[in-house]
Design a protein around this ligand. Structure first.
Ligand code: ZN
Length: 204
């Protein structure tokens, strides 16, 4: 009861009245919340019920591109529960100790994954991105100049695109294969999926 009251008061502080640091724009999220109530009430989840272990002992590192949201699992014939799917901008491991690599390690040791697919895609937005493109908009949107010339992180390197998709896939596959915590019995293969047709091309 007390906890509920505290949560309510915190919510009131964060979302109700007073000054907001950030402009609230939640129309889509509000619609999603309404849909979600109906989904649960009508037991729309029943056909998806599975457990946390991937049935195909497979992990996929792919891109967050919305063209792949449904296309990727459908084109690969995957249903709910078949594979661990890790997504980021570009389907990349940018360092051996980044979040994508950490998730793959968890997939192997905690979830029984034996095979890993790196699946980049055609016309990926992360291919040509660069910090210099973002810089101007960041300033316009109120990010202080000092944050853009930080010395504790190389923002140019951190936000740089990969330019060559095949090379990027090879590099990410190599980082996974050669990772000191990835055992030698894990099969790691790289692919580019066509963002329209879903056709997979293996990159060797
Ligand atoms: Zn992409």
């Amino acid at each position: 009861m007390l906890i509920s009251l505290i949560i309510f008061l915190i919510s009131l502080y964060l979302f109700g009245g007073g000054t907001h640091k950030r402009k609230r724009n939640m129309s889509n999220i509000d619609n999603i919340l309404a849909f979600n109530q109906q989904f649960v009430a009508s037991k729309g989840y029943e056909k998806h019920i599975t457990d946390k272990y991937p049935d195909k002992k497979l992990a996929i590192l792919s891109c967050m591109d919305t063209r792949l949201s449904v296309l990727l699992p459908e084109a690969l014939g995957l249903k709910n529960g078949d594979a661990k799917i890790i997504k980021n901008a570009g389907a990349v491991v940018i360092s051996p100790w980044d979040s994508a690599m950490r998730s793959l390690i968890v997939a192997v040791y905690e979830l029984g994954v034996k095979e890993i697919m790196v699946v980049a895609h055609t016309t990926c937005g992360a291919c040509h991105m660069s910090f210099s493109h973002f810089r101007e908009e960041m300033l316009e949107r109120g990010i202080p100049e000092g944050e853009l010339s930080r010395t504790d992180v190389d923002l140019h390197a951190w936000l740089e695109g990969f330019h060559d998709t095949e090379e990027s896939v090879r590099k990410t596959v190599a980082t996974i294969v050669n990772h000191p915590l990835i055992p030698k019995d894990i099969d790691v293969r790289g692919f580019i999926i066509d963002s329209v047709t879903g056709a997979l091309t293996e990159i060797k």
